[in-house]
Ligand binder design. Structure first.
Ligand SMILES: *[C@@H]1O[C@H](CO)[C@@H](O)[C@H](O)[C@H]1NC(C)=O
Length: 166
């Protein structure tokens, strides 16, 4: 064998590039197989939240809700009695995501509430459990009209007052 054995070199090159191509195509074929895992809980979908609001006002009127974060204005929505409306978002990297809502209904007045805040709804060693689907019932009680309802039966309901300010 001599150094000028060109066909051998070309053959080696072809084998080598075929291997690279195979590795590359295997890698590509992995992409669709892997993407469902991205939709599961950990780790990339971490911070994904779903807030649901159910109208439970005592006089069975339509509940008008206007929710905003510093980034997002979800507009004014009208929720018929015992109906729900909801929205989805991600908690940002700095964990400062917060959604505030304004609630009004006929003869119900005008009220404010933070429908999502990290300190209450997304803190591991917090006073309340973390919710991923955060279901709120509005207006069934006069004193504590905002109730976070559990997704699973064994968990507890937590009720809060309006945050109307002084
Ligand atoms: C309110 O809605 C829930 C869930 O859809 C339903 O199970 C319940 O029967 C409704 N209540 C009334 C009083 O319509």
């Amino acid at each position: 064998m001599s150094f000028t054995n060109k066909p051998n070199f070309i053959l080696l090159f072809m084998i080598f590039s075929t291997l690279i191509f195979l590795a590359f195509s295997l890698d590509l074929s992995n992409v669709p197989a892997e993407s469902p895992t991205l939709d599961r809980e950990e780790p990339l979908s971490k911070g994904r939240k779903n807030v649901v609001i159910r109208n439970k006002v005592k006089n069975k009127e339509v509940l008008n809700v206007h929710c905003k974060s510093t980034k997002d204005d979800l507009g004014l929505v009208h929720i018929p009695w015992n109906d729900t409306w909801g929205f989805k978002f991600h908690v940002n990297l700095w964990r400062t995501t917060e959604y505030h809502c304004h609630f009004t209904w006929y003869k119900g007045g005008s009220h404010y509430f933070s429908i999502f805040k990290v300190s209450r709804d997304d803190t591991v060693i917090g006073k309340y459990p973390i919710c991923t689907v955060c279901i709120w019932e509005v207006g069934s009680d006069d004193k504590n009209p905002m109730c976070r309802i559990p997704l699973f039966e064994k968990e507890k309901t937590y009720c809060f007052k309006w945050e109307d300010g002084p």
